[in-house]
Structure formats: structure tokens, C-alpha cells
Design a protein around this ligand. Sequence first.
Ligand SMILES: [Zn+2]
Length: 274
Amino acid sequence: MERFPATAPVVCFVAIFLGLQFTVSSASPAEINHDLTNSAAARNLKQEQERPHEVHCSRERSRAARQIIEEYLMPFVKRENFQMSSPCKLHPDNDMFQDQEEHKIHVDINEWRCGYCKKSFRAERFLDQHFDNRHYNLLNVSRNICLADLCGALHCDFVINSKSQKTKCNPAAAARNRHLCESLADTCFPVNQGLSASRLHELFLHQFCDAHTCSEKKKPFPRGGLKLPNILYLATSILTLMLLPFIYLIVFLHQRDMTGKQELKRIKKRTKPS
Ligand SMILES: [Zn+2]
């Protein structure tokens, strides 16, 4: 019996997936960036770029630090049902960019929108510039804590340049980062605050501080973390689930057709006069 090709569902799925990708990326830049085509808006953007507001804290590195905290620390903090106090620099309220980051709307691959004034941008970095220039008054500078300053302790470089880790280990920098890391563990999870705090203190040392050494090759985050849901992964999963019944239906119809043809041949053979 002729078999239904095993690769057919895969080919079918890939074709639909590529089709979707094309639909997303083929949107005209003119449509996406409609308000930027307006000359007044373009002039505003030019003005914004010409006089950037001084913020002595890297937004990109703060974002990396925040992602690391969310992925490799907060799942454990939530599991212990522990409330971090405000002197802890890792407390979400201490992130000066938090409010702005929450007002980023990622409409699609080529469109980012400002949640305050609804202006659209082609890339996240333009929206970042817009925040720096137009909404700098919304930065939470009350505690003057820059998450990017904690990057040494939190291994931001490991996450940002995960593919190129060829830089030589500097013992002085490793010692400095270890000290910063341990002081974070002490202020965020004081061991005299009960069992949960002690457990989190130990976890923090293990997860972040132990890897600050040049003598041993230790990777950060040995306890793993919660992977943030990847939009592409979610879309692929949903699409696969939606397509599964159709694939089964095609296989079923094909096999039924083949069985029918074979049955017909058998009947013809039997009824043929000998
Ligand atoms: Zn805005």
C-alpha cells in the first residue's frame, strides 16, 4: 500500500509558517510609520535626536539586568512567597526605567508605540530615544538606583554576549563583582529574617556569586530559571495545535481512499470469470 509521506505535514506546516512570516515582514514601512512620514513629526524627531536628555544609566544594560532578575531570581522569590524590601536594589520599584518599559507597546516586528502619547516608531531604540527626550520626567529617579550598575554582579555580559565569551578573566574585576554580588545577597535576603530569606540568600550566592571567580570555570545561573514565554514559540505551538486535526484528516482520507481502491481491485478479481 502506498504510504502517506511522513514529511508532508512538516512541509505543509513550514509553508504556512513561512507564509505568515512573509505577511508580517511585507508590511509597507510607509503604512507602519505613518506618522513619521509627516514632515512635522520627522522634524520633531530630528530635534529630539539633536538634544538628548542626559540620563547617566544605560537603558539597554538596565533592561538586561531586569530580564536576568525576572528569569533567574523572581521565580524562586515567588515560590518562597518572599517580599523584597525597598532597600534591596533588586526590588522592581527601584528600577528607574520600569514605568517607561511598561509603556512600550510592541505592535509588530517593525512597530513600537509609545504608551504615553501613542507615537509609533520603527525600532525599539527610536522609542528609547523618544522616552529619553520627551518623557524623561517619568523616570523614577527618587532613589537614584541604576540597575545597569548591578550588571557586574548579575552577569549581564554573559547574557548579552553569550556567543562570544572569549575575554580573559580579570581577577580584580571578578573579586569586585563577587563583593557587589554578596552585598546584594545580604541586603535583599538578610539571613536573620527567617527561613525563606536564608534559603534565598543561599540560592542567590549559588545562582549569581559563585561564578565570580577566575580559578574555576563556573557558569552563572546553575539553578536554572523560568524561561519567559517566547512569542515565536507560542505562535508555533498554537499553529501546530490548530493544524493537527487537518493533518489527521488528510492522512485519514488518504488511507481510506487507498483501502477503498484495494477493496475494489479485490472485488474485480473475484468477479472476473475464470
Ligand atoms: Zn510618547
